[in-house]
Design a protein around this ligand. Structure first.
Ligand code: ADP
Length: 496
């Protein structure tokens, strides 16, 4: 199952990286491949056509030269022989081509107006009757400067009227058999085509791999950028060795941008810290006054008491919010001090659970592997973490639901689990609930007026503080939850 999931992811990634029409990889590969197919195909066609033209032109010039010379040769023999014998001698002369051997590839004949052959060369006499018949029927048509195919032979043909003693003797035909050259040319064209097709099939693959390698620095850069969080901004350096200059430039620009962002982020943190600090003090004084007023209940009307209670709870909620913001700003800046001491975790939990039970009127049970689990920690900070998580377990479950806090210790770690049977958290929210100001669903939060310490819902900072505190203590916090069944928050701390 796992393998198929991995395989599926890999195929999906391959599809996205190699075949996504919007990717640079795909566009460059497709563009270069199209240019390559057109370029190589065009060159191959041009080479084939050029070679064919060269062959035809050379042989046509040759046969036209023979046709032009022929009347002159006939004239030389005509002084001694009859017209027919003179033509025969001239044919022998042309066949010999100046030597003693006759060329079997040269076919010469003279026909009269009815198409009957008057005189013919020896090579034509030796040819098969069917070939002769096809050649005659071809000569009846207008002759073009091109290659003619007759059965398995290739010929170029030229013709001219033959005049002897100023009167028409017949039509002279000269055909050159170029079968051998034509077959060689066709083999050469086949080789060129095959090489071109192979190149067209192979080169795109090589080009795709090359482009992929060239884009690798960009991919590395986006992987690096993906891992950068707001806190890392000041240390980020997107240095990529052996990357092209353009990518290095981009990396440098991004580095500068990160450093500007880091400065702004630092200023923002300081501002939040300062504002929270400055607001918290007057609000604490206001809260003190309100509580002292509330203590004199006897002199107040019912409406006044209710108004004072709401004002007190809202002030306390705002103080808590400012405290969370201040803690986060200090944790981000690394200047929240921890007082490390060895404590018995069971005792601390008894205290916290007892306090929560009193405030929430709920029963919370503790399960521990051992009655005295010792841990070196900051007592106040761990209390803050546990109060937050137990408070959430109370807030997001029904009064009848059970809440359990479980303690366990191994040689290296101590784990604290807070289990509830409440509304649970949908899977897609589970990774986000530790973000600042992230709340799953405003409607799920119960308004619990009457409880002066925690009267209304939070603002989504509690778990962010928990995560930062636990991280600063060297541990980590995780959640597992099923909607409708409940949630378990697990804190793992190292045994220092
Ligand atoms: P809040 O102040 O809104 O509780 P927190 O950061 O503590 O903010 O929690 C973030 C969100 O996570 C809450 O809004 C709530 O929806 C969800 N959540 C936290 N703890 C629980 C829990 N035990 N059960 C169900 N949902 C929870």
């Amino acid at each position: 199952m796992n393998f198929f999931r991995k395989a599926h992811i890999t195929f999906d990634q391959i599809r996205r990286q190699w075949f996504s029409p919007t990717s640079l990889q795909f566009r460059l590969t497709a563009g270069i491949t199209i240019a390559l197919v057109l370029g190589l195909g065009g060159v191959a066609l041009w080479i084939g056509w050029g070679m064919q033209q060269l062959l035809v032109t050379t042989h046509i010039q040759n046969v036209e030269y023979i046709v032009d010379r022929f009347p002159h040769d006939v004239g030389l023999y005509r002084d001694m022989f009859s017209p027919t014998i003179a033509v025969q001698r001239a044919i022998l002369q042309a066949e010999a081509g100046g030597g003693n051997e006759y060329s079997s590839s040269l076919l010469i004949w003279v026909s009269n107006a009815d198409g009957d052959v008057l005189v013919q060369s020896r090579s034509l006499q030796a040819a098969s009757p069917s070939f002769q018949a096809m050649l005659m029927s071809l000569s009846a048509m207008p002759i073009q400067p091109q290659v003619y195919q007759i059965s398995d032979r290739y010929l170029v043909l030229s013709s001219s009227p033959l005049m002897i003693d100023r009167s028409a003797f017949g039509q002279l035909y000269v055909a050159q058999d170029i079968t051998e050259e034509q077959l060689k040319l066709m083999t050469a064209i086949r080789h060129v085509s095959l090489t071109t097709i192979l190149a067209i099939l192979l080169l795109p693959l090589l080009i795709a791999v090359y482009i992929r390698r060239s884009l690798q620095p960009l991919r590395r850069m986006s992987q690096l950028a993906e891992t950068i969080s707001a806190d890392d901004l000041s240390q980020v350096r997107l240095y990529l060795d052996s990357a092209p200059d353009e990518v290095q430039e981009l990396a440098q620009m991004l580095d500068k941008m990160f450093s500007r962002l880091s400065q702004s982020w630092e200023q923002y943190r300081q501002l939040v810290g300062n504002v929270s600090h400055e607001l918290r003090t007057p609000l604490s004084i206001i809260s003190g006054y309100l509580q002292s007023l509330l203590r004199r209940k006897a002199s107040l009307s019912g409406a006044q008491i209710e108004a004072l209670e709401i004002a007190t709870s809202e002030t306390d909620r705002t103080i808590q919010l400012l405290q969370d913001l201040l803690d986060l700003a200090r944790l981000d800046g690394g200047y929240l001090n921890f007082c490390w001491e060895t404590i018995v975790l069971n005792d601390l939990l008894e205290e916290i659970v007892g306090m929560s039970e009193r405030f929430s009127d709920r029963s919370i049970s503790i399960e521990a592997d051992s009655p005295a689990i010792q841990i070196k920690t900051d007592r106040d900070r761990l209390t803050q973490v546990l109060v937050n998580l137990i408070d959430n377990a109370v807030k997001y479950s029904e009064p009848s639901d059970l809440i359990v806090v479980r303690l366990a210790q191994t040689e290296e770690h101590t784990t604290i689990e807070i289990l509830d049977q409440g509304c649970g958290i949908p899977l897609h929210h589970q990774t986000r609930i530790f973000e600042r100001f992230y709340r799953v669903d405003e409607a799920r939060t119960r308004y619990t007026s009457g409880d002066s310490s925690r009267t209304t819902a939070g603002v989504g900072l509690g778990l962010a503080v928990v995560k930062s505190l636990v991280k600063s203590m060297g541990g980590h916090v995780a959640v597992s939850s099923k909607p409708g069944e409940g949630s378990t928050f697990t804190i793992t701390l190292p045994n220092l």
